[in-house]
Design a protein around this ligand. Structure first.
Ligand SMILES: C[S@@+](CC[C@H](N)C(=O)[O-])C[C@H]1O[C@@H](n2cnc3c(N)ncnc32)[C@H](O)[C@@H]1O
Length: 234
């Protein structure tokens, strides 16, 4: 069978790919299908990739796709829980996409060697983004840039993250929207509006259970986020 040479990424994975530094060695953690690594290699953006998965089935998907494109020399597969089977010197850019924010935080926390300014993390959480940003801030991982993207009517965020020993952030809004307030594109505003909706739902629960401190805190955050959107319209 002839080699298939074309692959299209969806908007979410394309934004992850755009954040990879050209020429760097990458690892895609929880790659499932390896499309991201295949696309980066086919577009000659990176020389080599390691794709991992904790489960054999998804890793076999990756192996199958890599063979289909004849990229066995450039893309290696590893059965690995998080970064467990990756050595610090092997990769520069690490992508962790399509998982919950808490799982991403757990994977990052187990690889101490990521606390190195030369390593670049590209994180794309599917949920619990605030918890992930809290974890990153506590551990001195700085969100260097962040962008939202709409894919199949859902809004996602992609964070470009580096460790910086002196990084501190005490802005509570940063926990909820990271760097998305810096550039109020349609997609970034859609994400902020989604956060406002989620917080309003949480607020109802806090009101019912009379958690007054939380009611005050979340109400203030909602007001601040609404102000950001309103100022953008003016
Ligand atoms: C929903 S898929 C996302 C695939 C791809 N990264 C994407 O964004 O399209 C999540 C993948 O992560 C894998 N996974 C879950 N926990 C993991 C872990 N601790 N280490 C490595 N892979 C993991 C799952 O087996 C699954 O294949």
């Amino acid at each position: 069978m002839g080699k298939i040479c074309k692959i299209n990424l969806d908007n979410r994975l394309y934004l992850c790919a755009k954040n990879v530094r050209p020429g760097k060695f990458i690892a895609d953690i929880g790659a499932d299908h390896a499309y991201l690594a295949i696309w980066l290699i086919l577009n000659k953006l990176i020389p080599h990739a390691i794709v991992t998965d904790v489960r054999e089935g998804p890793l076999l998907n990756s192996t199958h796709n890599i063979r289909r494109f004849g990229l066995e020399e450039q893309i290696e597969t590893r059965l690995s829980d998080g970064l467990g089977k990756i050595k610090p010197g092997e990769v520069d850019d690490i992508i962790i996409a399509g998982m919950g924010g808490e799982l991403i935080a757990k994977i990052v926390s187990r690889a101490d060697w990521l606390k190195n300014e030369s390593k670049h993390l590209i994180l794309q959480p599917m949920s619990s983004e605030a918890e992930l940003r809290e974890f990153l801030t506590r551990e001195h991982f700085k969100i260097d840039s962040e962008q939202a993207i709409i894919d199949h009517n859902k809004v996602y965020t992609v964070m470009s993250v580096y460790f910086e020993q002196d990084f501190y952030n005490f802005d509570r809004i940063y926990t909820y929207i990271g760097k998305l307030g810096d550039n109020l594109t349609f997609e970034n505003c859609s994400y902020i509006k989604r956060v406002i909706r989620d917080l309003k739902n949480k607020l109802k629960g806090y009101i019912l259970t009379k958690k007054l401190k939380k009611v005050r805190e979340i109400s203030e955050v909602i007001l601040e986020l609404e102000q950001i959107i309103k100022e953008n319209k003016q």
